[in-house]
Write a protein that binds this ligand. Structure first.
Ligand code: WTA
Length: 632
């Protein structure tokens, strides 16, 4: 029987047991899945060498655990309800059996196009069932999927395809998100000019707009699946074979391709989904994320399917056609579990409460939060107005690299506290580090958050750059995994994540690297150098502030800002546009040439009294000059 913790006492007990014998704990969890052959070794490797392996030698196909295993028991149960962008558009439900057949058909299509085990396939699609079918079909034939959020630009898409040498791209003609139209095929065509490795493009129809067509390369989804068999024998994978690559921003350089493998990721997402959300058979679970982010991978696609849950695939946005959209969907499907991001809650809080009150939300049992710290005001609004004061909030802390939830309440079991991710899941050992790289013991302390022991869901490498993996996560504190987050452990031992301590921004729950944005802005012919920092923003959590040195003073600042926005949108995507720009004569640099960002952060937040020590700057006078300047 798989672990399904039901009381706080049991949680404490299980946590203790997991600490006493980690291998036994994870072996038990893994044993609840269908493996074609069992593993030789539960676990090997560690953070010292970055050679972590779980269930090595075990043979499986992850889709047999997500789909085939359910056919005889819950084949007729709804796996997904698809809710389109516009409430009046065509909606549909898909049973486990239908999903299985669709995945098999598409797996056959992929194989017929020559995609083989180990090949990379890039998916750049609208949030529709076909996106999920594409990912699962890749997993079924052993191809490595790399889903790129369909809000990224042609250049970002091209970089990701090039980085992993994808052989195929799956996309839509276009998509609608709110009242916006995104021409996915046009963007793909532009990206593919730079991507010679892509031999085939499969286009799934969504908007029926006119698109260009490259004969011999492009094919319609609906034509290809027409005659494909609904039976497919899944390809046997080793537990440590790659499952997917997902690009995410780091503090330096280009986004990195975080790689997850089959066995450990399966065990970890399934275990965390079950215990954190406490979804039972009849429940309707809705995670509002996009499958282009890790939350969608782990808690729309994989975690819920392993557990036989019914989930919602939502194509839209929270404010279209109006700010009651989420609640209309909750009422319509009698959603019991609702998992979203603080930024969405804060955005909806700014509208009239009638948008919430209009709908019957009494079906809700559990609310979830992910992606950024949730401030107390948003927590209370969520708790009182959405949850009617009766639903526990699971504030789930985790990362693309952790594969699944790490620190979180278990719904209805762990006593919650606004703003706190509360306690680690059994099997996870968080530690706080001081500036000398030593663990800080006791409670009522703050430090940098590390994890002490490997867990099955941890990313195994950065695609094509293992050195960077070691450097980013395993070099700051030898023998530990460094998360990049600051954290407080209060008197009760509860964890509160305070935000990134590195140069990663979190804008509306999206991770962005300062270096990435700086590089994009530096492409402007009139820009000499840029420094990007984040500053607090009521709705986005954090917003982007650009300090820019220009060659010539721009004649019209508003025009200059528009040009910068256009450039950033082209190179990265609209989410990376700086909200504020200030033109400066110089940047505060140390003698070794490093930008002292903490000073800029304070200035951006208009906290001019607490700039701290600036005596180590090469030229401390630039700070006064920046303080006096004006942003626009
Ligand atoms: C932040 C998203 C506070 C954190 C799953 C982390 C959070 C980064 C929380 C990872 C939370 C995520 N409370 N902060 N509940 N959840 N974060 O990779 O800074 O997109 O390092 O994964 O988001 O973002 P990523």
């Amino acid at each position: 029987m798989w672990l399904n913790i039901k009381s706080f006492e049991e949680y404490k007990d299980v946590y203790r047991q997991s600490e006493e014998d980690r291998k036994k704990f994870w072996e038990h969890e893994a044993g609840t899945f269908y493996w074609r052959e069992s593993w030789d070794k539960v676990h090997s490797g560690g953070f010292e060498n970055g050679d972590i392996k779980w269930f090595e030698g075990g043979k499986l196909n992850i889709t047999e655990n997500a789909l085939d295993r359910h056919l005889n028991t819950i084949g007729h149960k709804t796996a997904f309800i698809f809710e389109p962008n516009h409430p009046d558009s065509f909606r549909r439900t898909i049973t486990y059996r239908q999903l299985y057949e669709d995945v098999c058909r598409f797996a056959n299509v992929l194989e017929s196009k020559g995609v083989e085990k180990g090949d990379r396939v890039c998916i750049y699609m609208a949030m529709t069932p076909e996106l999920i079918i594409s990912a699962l079909a890749c997993a079924r034939i052993g191809a490595v999927h790399s889903i790129v959020f369909a809000g990224f630009s042609a250049q970002s898409l091209a970089e990701r395809i090039q980085d992993c040498d994808a052989k195929m791209l799956i996309t839509n003609d276009g998509l609608r998100r709110g009242d916006k139209h995104v021409p996915l095929k046009d963007i793909s065509d532009e990206a593919l000019e730079e991507c010679p490795t892509v031999k085939n493009v499969i286009v799934c129809q969504r908007t029926n707009r006119d698109i260009d067509w490259v004969e011999g390369r492009d094919e319609w989804w609906h034509m290809l699946i027409r005659n494909a068999s609904k039976k497919h024998t899944a390809v046997e994978m080793d537990a440590e074979d790659p499952l997917f690559i997902l690009y995410t921003s780091g503090s330096t350089g280009k986004p990195k391709g975080v790689l997850h493998t089959c066995g450990g990721y399966m065990v970890y997402t399934s275990y965390t989904f079950r215990n954190v959300f406490q979804v039972s058979e009849e429940d309707i679970y809705w995670c509002t994320a996009d499958a282009g982010w890790i939350t969608g991978h782990s808690y729309i696609i994989y975690g819920p399917l392993f557990n036989g849950a019914t989930g919602i695939i939502f194509e839209g946005v929270p404010t279209y056609p109006d700010a009651g959209r989420f609640w209309e969907v909750v009422e319509k499907y009698e959603v019991t579990h609702f998992y979203t991001a603080p930024t969405a809650i804060r955005a909806l809080m700014s509208y009239d409460l009638d948008f919430v009150k209009k709908y019957d939300l009494s079906s809700l049992k559990v609310l979830g939060s992910v992606g950024e710290p949730i401030n107390e005001e948003a927590w209370h609004w969520y708790h009182d107005h959405v949850g009617g004061g009766k639903c526990p909030i699971v504030d789930t802390w985790w990362q693309t690299e952790t594969g699944g939830i790490m620190i979180s309440p278990l719904a209805g079991i762990t006593p919650t506290k606004p703003g706190f991710a509360t306690l680690p899941l059994p099997g996870i050992t968080p530690v706080l580090m001081d500036e000398n790289g030593k663990e800080i013991g006791g409670n009522g302390v703050s430090g940098n958050l590390c994890i002490k022991h490997p867990w099955p869901g941890i990313a195994r490498t950065v695609w094509g750059d293992h050195e960077r993996y070691l450097q980013t996560y395993m070099s700051s504190y030898k023998g530990y995994y460094f998360t990049g987050d600051g954290c407080r452990r209060d008197e009760e031992g509860y964890y509160r994540i305070t935000g990134r301590v590195d140069d990663v921004l979190n804008v509306s729950g999206h991770r962005l690297g300062t270096a990435e944005i700086e590089n994009a802005i530096d492409e402007h012919p009139n820009v000499v150098e840029t420094a990007i920092v984040g500053y607090p923003h009521d709705i986005k959590g954090e917003s982007i502030f650009a300090f820019i040195i220009c060659e010539d003073q721009p004649k019209n600042k508003e025009d200059f800002k528009k040009e910068i926005h256009k450039l950033v949108t082209k190179i990265i995507g609209p989410i990376a546009k700086p909200e504020k720009i200030q033109i400066v004569a110089g940047l505060p640099k140390t003698r070794s040439g490093k930008i002292m960002r903490r000073v800029l952060r304070k200035i951006a937040a208009n906290d001019l009294e607490n700039l701290g020590d600036t005596s180590t700057l090469l030229d401390p006078s630039v700070v006064d000059e920046i303080k006096e300047g004006e942003a626009f």
